[in-house]
Write a protein that binds this ligand. Sequence first.
Ligand SMILES: CC(=O)N[C@H]1[C@@H](OP(=O)(O)OP(=O)(O)OC[C@H]2O[C@@H](n3ccc(=O)[nH]c3=O)[C@H](O)[C@@H]2O)O[C@H](CO)[C@@H](O)[C@@H]1O[C@H](C)C(=O)N[C@@H](C)C(=O)N[C@H](CCC(=O)O)C(=O)O
Ligand SMILES: Nc1ncnc2c1ncn2[C@@H]1O[C@H](COP(=O)(O)OP(=O)(O)OP(=O)(O)O)[C@@H](O)[C@H]1O
Ligand SMILES: N[C@H](CCC[C@H](N)C(=O)O)C(=O)O
Ligand SMILES: [Mg+2]
Length: 495
Amino acid sequence: MKVKECASCLAASRLYGDGETEITGLQADSRRVKPGDLFICLPGFTVDGHDFAPQAAANGASALVCERRLDIDLPQIVVDDCRFAMAVLSNAFFGSPSSRMRMIGVTGTNGKTTTTYLIERIMQDQNIKTGLIGTIQMRYDGQTFPASGTTQESLELQRTLSDMAQKGVQCCVMEVSSHALQQGRVKGTDYRTAIFTNLTQDHLDYHHTMEEYRAVKGLFFSRLGNVISPWKEERKYAVLNADDEASAYFAAQTAAEVITYGIDSPANVRASQISITSKGTFFHVDTFKGETDISLRMVGKFNVYNALAAITAALLEDVPLEEIKASLESVAGVAGRVESVDEGQDFAVIVDYAHTPDGLENVLRAVCEFATGRVLTVFGCGGDRDTTKRPLMGKIAAKYSDHVFVTSDNPRTEDPQLILKDIEAGLQEDGVAQDRYDMIVDRREAIRKAIEMASPSDVVLIAGKGHETYQLIGGVVHDFDDRVVAKEVIRGRSY
Ligand SMILES: CC(=O)N[C@H]1[C@@H](OP(=O)(O)OP(=O)(O)OC[C@H]2O[C@@H](n3ccc(=O)[nH]c3=O)[C@H](O)[C@@H]2O)O[C@H](CO)[C@@H](O)[C@@H]1O[C@H](C)C(=O)N[C@@H](C)C(=O)N[C@H](CCC(=O)O)C(=O)O
Ligand SMILES: Nc1ncnc2c1ncn2[C@@H]1O[C@H](COP(=O)(O)OP(=O)(O)OP(=O)(O)O)[C@@H](O)[C@H]1O
Ligand SMILES: N[C@H](CCC[C@H](N)C(=O)O)C(=O)O
Ligand SMILES: [Mg+2]
């Protein structure tokens, strides 16, 4: 690709220098620039990529994309917003790979990973080669790659989609985070179906207010249908949760066809007769393509919503309802989502990724539905993230638990003690008695204390880290897996 071709992809850009220069790759990290790469100077949240343009030039960059002219002797494309430019360029450079696949995107505060896993299973059971991108991992064509976050940066995303398309992937189901939408990471990606799970409090450190958070999520639906491939004439669908009030806002913004799912409100795909046990969830579903009964092996009313979203997306891909049912019923669960740790003990231990007030409330409600003994909850909140959710989660934990162990999640650069104090403020506000909770900074110790406290029939819920296999304390990544720690403690416990 020539520099002038890159410039012509970018509306309102200004090109300085030789437009005939060939670029052979794109790169936004100066340390990884190879000769011939176009270096994109991202003004980051911590450092400014423009400051690394000299290093990129020294490493052989052939041109720059920047937000101001730099005193460097290389062709330069000056744009208003380098992150958006990176998305557009990456899409063009890799030949619009999303246009060569059925793209299903899932956004919402909670339930994205679970919903994508369900859709992946349904599509794969149809012998449709399916790729998955999300929080736990990326996988396609028999290979698994670690995830660097929930939604990749645009450059990595388009590279991944291009590799998927080359390997014959026909359908890609991916999580689309609000950070990704705000930063334009998925700009230019041609979704056929955009799914909304729910909107509840999280990430207010980044989005400031719920209105702003909702508006950012809305970008997914307002942009749906903006990307029309000439060779891919197809309808676009916004799959919305009828029971979430944000859906009306998204419906009003989208040009796509709106299909709804829900339990309490009228919807195109609606569940009824829900019953939840410790082993799974039963429900009846009425759809625009027939009705059936489904026995999920996953617990919690929230998983009925995730299943409904998956059913709706799959019906839109023309998968027969009975085959959707068979696929859903075969899913044993998703790693770190209401995952049982079973070492033959006479009480239950559940590891779950609930890290928002709504997630925690939902999982605790589910636990309370089947717990016959006490509910003992171990949880914390991540550092360098929304601080306002901490007291709320403290209140919720106490409301549904007999005893709470407030502990560390990933403290990152914050003082762990202070994070625990923020959570405790919620407990104190509600007047929770001091003998109903413990504050234990060391997560391993907190898990140990909870398991030691458990009597037959009790449920120990360890929330917040789910599938994570590490703990971030200060700048250091420690090996840590709630499931492994819980197993070790159970094995070491004397009965
Ligand atoms: C807030 C945020 O989204 N930050 C992302 C952002 O980081 P940043 O802007 O701070 O990057 P930076 O370190 O300032 O660097 C700026 C530029 O200089 C470049 N650089 C830097 C150093 C150098 O020597 N040379 C060089 O060229 C960098 O490559 C970069 O292009 O750009 C980085 C790389 O492009 C991302 O890795 C990083 O995600 C961080 C790790 C992060 O924690 N993101 C979270 C908040 C996030 O995005 N989470 C959502 C899920 C949320 C949810 O829904 O639950 C997600 O989708 O993962
Ligand atoms: N539909 C839902 N509504 C509310 N809570 C949910 C829902 N689905 C899952 N949860 C809760 O949220 C936790 C995270 O679920 P999941 O990983 O599917 O969400 P996510 O949206 O992918 O999260 P992330 O933003 O971290 O990527 C689960 O462990 C569960 O406690
Ligand atoms: N995607 C979420 C994950 C939070 C998981 C929790 N364990 C934490 O570290 O806060 C975030 O980045 O806010
Ligand atoms: Mg996720």
